[in-house]
Write a protein that binds this ligand. Sequence first.
Ligand code: PMP
Length: 419
Amino acid sequence: MPKDYTNTSFKDFENIGGQDVFTTAAEFQEYLNYLKANGHLNYRIESLSPVGPEMDLMLPGHSKPTRSVCLVSNDYLGFSQHSKIKEAVINATAQFGTGSGASPAIGGHFSYHAELEKMIAGFYQKEEAILYTTGYTANSATLQCLLHKEDLAILDMAVHASVYEGVLTTTVKTFLHNNLEMLEQVLRNAQAQYRTKMVIIDGVYSQDGDLAPIDRIAELTHRYGAYLVVDDAHGIGVVGEHGRGVIELFNAFDQVDIITGTFSKALGNIGGYVVAKPEIINYLKYQSKQHLFSTTATPAILGITRAIELVDEEPQWRTQLWDNINYLKNGLTGLGLDIGTTASAVIPVKIGDIPKTLEAGRLLLAAGIYTNPIMYPAVSKKNARIRMNVMATHTRAHLDQVLNAFDMINSQLQIAKSE
Ligand code: PMP
């Protein structure tokens, strides 16, 4: 009899006790085959065209690419395709070549790294920053370097996986997402027991698109003698009048002790950064192993320097993005769908049931719309959803196509919120 995978998720194959990992991998392969056979393996879909609001996708079982409307990219401002940024990257490559040749302490630190460090620090009204090769390591490596088992990391439960990885060797307590009473309780109970206490939150949360009330969290954190770390990966370039993210929205530049983020989303490139007091940054430069022992970013990061300038020079992209966000949100709520409390370019349509979510993802793809079905373990089992990322370069026609597809799927699967 074929296995029933109805409620199975990737998590079920993560670390099976008493079983050789090659056996686990073989069982996982069977699950992947099952998903594929049912048209539900909508991951790692190959695109043959550049990042954009439309892409040519090699869909499972197809021999030719399909042009689809895409809501899967974090390239919120469309900067990965901006002609001025491409020009900066081409010039940087012509001048400096394709690689940096060494890790930073021993020959891999160049003027283009120093320039970007200065630029991103200044963007947040600070003096110093350190670069990492991904946003993921900016979080995981920094926390791993600064916190140990005598210390306490206090996490909002919904922070990114990279934060969880960064705190594997320290003491960890979590609080329910954005629940300040619970945060205060954890802070109160932790007084004087730990060496360093850090509260770690996201600015924009990557699954719900909602925001952290940074001002109130900062006040609480400091009242109890802890430090505040904010990862604003999805806020930079998008949120705040000048695109400085959630920290700008709450005017909390002086209240956040450590800012982390990524160049891979609105800034259209790759890499991560940490902005903090000079002494913390200098400590990381010489003590954070993933920075110290890893080759620095390529000269193409001069595209990021240009992108940061364009956040100020061309605010029209942000205006256009917000027009699109508001249009899509209004359309989805008009259809009776549950989009939660998003206040960013991340828009979920909450369905709450894994098989229905997978089926909605399949039907959307069949209708020419590429979105991400998100399930456990990324979100809890009852919180399965379709997640979309809006771009400044989506047209009204793209968004209308999305709304029509959701209307059709709702009549087929009844995914609207029950009152
Ligand atoms: N933080 C958050 C909140 C994210 O969503 C992501 C990307 N998914 C990261 C960090 C990691 O950034 P990067 O993709 O640059 O490694």
